[in-house]
Design a protein around this ligand. Structure first.
Ligand SMILES: NC(=O)c1ccc[n+]([C@@H]2O[C@H](COP(=O)([O-])OP(=O)(O)OC[C@H]3O[C@@H](n4cnc5c(N)ncnc54)[C@H](OP(=O)(O)O)[C@@H]3O)[C@@H](O)[C@H]2O)c1
Length: 324
């Protein structure tokens, strides 16, 4: 799979990274229903076999569970796989909810815990997951800069930050990457962040390019109703509820012929669409089993034509009009 350099770093990421939110399972606030660790491990191995060279995880995913799964997968490939994880979302013992905390002591403890769960001596990319604890942004980032000097982290990135928040931490230590949401259904990053990151040599690794499964083309109202109650999408994702849901399903139906004339799927089209932007280093793509990553991996090398892009733009404008 082709690679792109991440901002100012020497990391060359494949255009698709392996996402691990869903493989944290269902037993926490933002869970995705039951998940079998053996299937998660098989999915990540298959992704690596297909040529993907990096994994995105977070301490919060399954409250440590996803990092432990990643640790098992990379045990034999540590030199070949780039690992990105995140801090800043914490939980208390016996609780399944997470909250933002970026105090220096907390970031340091979180880093040690992630190193242990991942079974590595150094984390390639350490990202602040959310800027919820705004008061401690500088303090937490300062400790991340210290952890780089101590050799526990290679590069530091941020996620879900605004330009103003990036500027605040950039003054302390260079930001290597931003991890924002980006899909046909969530285009806010195009307004300011992509341009700012390109101008400042900050890599961009976008998340949920298939809008947590909505843009795979498989979801119907019946399938959403049958999701388990501990799958957060059922009640909490606006893209899985009306009025967005009907508009999203109509969009998917119209995307299908564009995918098919290229011999591809709607899921692959959704990923290739975010990769059309040169400011985007890579798309992070979630898979819960090997067949899912087999189904999406061809998107990593697919370049959309100007005609495909124009046709999709027209469909997205039509969807906006229908919703307004
Ligand atoms: N920094 C942040 O705040 C943040 C937020 C969100 C995500 N992320 C990262 O970005 C990654 C990717 O985003 P995401 O997982 O939210 O969403 P996504 O990649 O848009 O969608 C992934 C989901 O789509 C379904 N799927 C995947 N391949 C499929 C296929 N071939 N056919 C049919 N369905 C398929 C699976 O769920 P079902 O089978 O259950 O439908 C899978 O879990 C995450 O795993 C995480 O690493 C970060």
């Amino acid at each position: 799979m082709r690679t792109r350099k991440l901002g100012y770093t020497d990391l060359h990421l494949t255009t698709m990274g392996l996402g691990t939110w869903a493989i944290g399972g269902g037993e926490w606030q933002w869970g995705w229903g039951p998940q079998d660790d053996a299937e998660s491990i098989a999915a990540l191995h298959r992704g690596l076999e297909l040529g993907i060279n990096w994994i995105d995880t977070a301490a919060a995913y399954g409250l440590g569970r996803a990092e432990e799964v990643v640790g098992k997968v990379i045990a034999d490939h540590q030199d070949e796989v780039i690992v990105a994880t995140k801090c800043g979302l914490c939980w208390d013992e016996g609780c399944t909810d997470v909250y933002g905390r970026l105090t220096g002591q907390s970031v340091r403890t979180e880093c040690e815990d992630s190193l242990r769960r991942l079974g590595v001596d150094v984390i390639d990319l350490y990202q602040v997951h959310w800027p919820h604890d705004e008061e401690h942004l500088e303090e937490g980032w300062g400790v991340i800069a210290d952890l780089i000097k101590e050799g526990k982290i290679r590069y530091a990135g941020v996620s879900n930050f605004t330009v103003e928040q990036i500027k605040r931490v950039q003054a302390i230590h260079p930001v290597a990457s931003l991890q924002p949401p980006y899909s046909m259904l969530e285009r806010g990053v195009e307004e300011e962040l992509l341009g700012y990151c390109a101008a400042n040599d900050i890599g961009v690794v976008v998340y949920s390019p298939m809008q947590t499964g909505m843009l795979t083309g498989k979801y119907t109202k019946e399938l959403i109703d049958s999701l388990p109650d501990n799958d957060w999408r059922k009640e909490s994702s606006p893209h899985f509820q009306e009025p967005g849901l009907s508009a999203n399903m109509a969009l998917v139906d119209k995307l299908r012929p564009i995918a098919e004339r290229n011999g591809k799927t709607v899921a692959q089209l959704a990923i290739a669409w975010v990769l059309r932007r040169p400011e985007v280093t890579a798309a992070i793509v979630g898979s819960r089993r090997p067949s899912q990553i087999e189904g999406t991996a061809p998107a990593g090398d697919w370049e959309l034509t100007p005609e495909d892009i124009a046709d999709i733009d027209a469909l997205l404008a039509e969807r906006e009009r229908a919703l307004s």
